[in-house]
Ligand binder design. Structure first.
Ligand SMILES: Cc1cc2nc3c(=O)[nH]c(=O)nc-3n(C[C@H](O)[C@H](O)[C@H](O)COP(=O)(O)OP(=O)(O)OC[C@H]3O[C@@H](n4cnc5c(N)ncnc54)[C@H](O)[C@@H]3O)c2cc1C
Length: 388
């Protein structure tokens, strides 16, 4: 009997990987170690779960194209018997806004997106006013709208669907914390749990989200991934505004519909790592609300209903996924550092990591540019379009 592949963390990344491993090689033993099956603080349970094609790097656009294709058929892919998960995918687009300063970046990204075949269109202020009458456009130079393949979905349902299907296909979930890794030469030999259990493994995967840095440190690896708190504000506004895509303002705030309400957020002034997961209510009054009311005058009468906070797993090297093993440990693989775009990438990254483990190479989509080894080579894959 082969030793199992052990995945540390059962959030959307770890569960997507467990799903793909057990689907691509039925019978291969897979164990997911998750210390909190309620996912109270996990990013996957606190996510805004939106998907866009509008990245600045071709590799991220290709991931999104493959991801949206998966999400459109998630009910077929992840259904069990008559139970078909409805991830409530809504393809209402992203609308990036730019003033005179930002227009150049939007045009550069647009060129990359078009070259990859993304369904995006640039709009001048008159066209923006014509389509989105509720928008203040006087200080805008340009907008970029995703016409298909962009929108939002229920991330928690996707997480649960991956986990349930992975279990059905034979993955075993263990409710424990990983405390140590035993290493022999260039291999991790055992994963050691808080209760002292040792699990001999063929491979270990770090899918610990915002806590990935601590898990990497168990093997002496310095992973530049930090837990950065982000607040999501739930807002009600009596005015009827449609169509309403996910909007990204020149000031950096984002907002999108969420049922009959809206959710919104913005990057904090104080971005120290690992702040307690309490919402930053003060920033709503001092920064978000004034910017919102400027861009969408109907939000003058908006009301903050509630808020929650979660961690972005921010990769400080280049704001992109860090995949695969570090140079010195061939069977310890990372799937970390998604910097706010991990939920939408999980279906594709899960498959890519499964291929890397089972075949020793990427097969469906070549993600070599995102390998962890780029850090040692000092070859950043900078993503310019990072939200929040
Ligand atoms: C407010 C917010 C908004 C977001 N919006 C979007 C968005 O619109 N679109 C998008 O694509 N992405 C978005 N993201 C990012 C996305 O949610 C994350 O990239 C994704 O959920 C990361 O999944 P994960 O499985 O890596 O991490 P997590 O979901 O955090 O899972 C990691 C798991 O590892 C477990 N763990 C950690 N250490 C150990 C250990 N030692 N032993 C055992 N278990 C351990 C934890 O308990 C946790 O359950 C957002 C994130 C936040 C916080």
């Amino acid at each position: 009997m082969q030793n199992p592949i052990v995945i540390i963390g059962g959030g959307v990344m770890g569960s997507a990987l467990a799903y793909w491993l057990t689907r691509l090689e039925p019978g291969r033993p897979v164990i997911v170690i998750e210390r909190d099956p309620t996912y109270e603080h996990a990013s996957s349970a606190l996510s805004a779960a939106s998907i866009r094609q509008q990245f600045s790097t071709a590799v991220n656009i290709r991931i999104s194209q493959a991801s949206i294709a998966f999400l459109r058929h998630a009910a077929d892919e992840l259904g069990i018997d008559d139970e078909r998960p409805d991830i409530l995918l809504r393809e209402h687009g992203y609308l990036y806004l730019a003033d005179a300063l930002g227009a150049g970046q939007l045009r550069r990204a647009h060129t990359v997106q078009k070259a990859c075949g993304a369904d995006v269109a640039l709009m001048d202020p008159a066209a923006l006013t014509g389509r989105f009458g509720w928008l203040h456009t006087a200080d805008l130079s340009l907008g970029s709208l995703g016409r298909s393949g962009e929108g939002w979905f229920d991330g928690y349902t996707l997480l649960m669907a991956f986990a349930r299907k992975a279990r059905r296909q034979g993955a075993r979930y263990v409710n424990e914390e990983v405390r140590a890794l035993a290493i022999d030469g260039h291999r991790v030999t055992d994963v050691i749990l808080a209760d002292g259990t040792r699990i001999a493994c063929s491979h270990v995967v770090n899918a610990a989200g915002p806590w990935a840095r601590q898990v990497a440190a168990l093997a002496g690896v310095d992973l530049p991934v930090f837990a950065r708190r982000r607040t999501v504000y739930v807002i009600s506004c009596p005015a009827a505004m449609a169509p309403f895509p996910l909007l990204i303002d020149t000031t950096g705030f984002w907002i999108r519909p969420d049922g009959a309400k809206f959710i919104a957020g913005l990057a904090p002034d104080d971005d120290a790592a690992e702040q307690p997961l309490e919402p930053d209510y003060a920033a709503f009054e001092s920064r978000l609300w004034p910017a919102l009311a400027h861009r969408i005058p109907a939000f003058e009468s908006a009301r903050l209903e509630r808020a929650w906070a979660g961690y972005f797993e921010m990769n400080s090297f280049d704001h992109n996924a860090l995949l695969g093993p570090p140079p010195a440990l061939g069977n310890f693989l990372f799937m970390n550092g998604f910097s706010g775009h991990g939920m939408q990438q999980a279906p594709v990254i899960g498959r890519a990591l499964a291929e890397l483990i089972l075949l020793g190479r990427f097969h469906t989509l070549d993600l070599s540019e995102l390998l962890f080894t780029r850090i040692a080579e000092n070859r950043p894959m900078l993503e310019a379009q990072v939200i929040g």
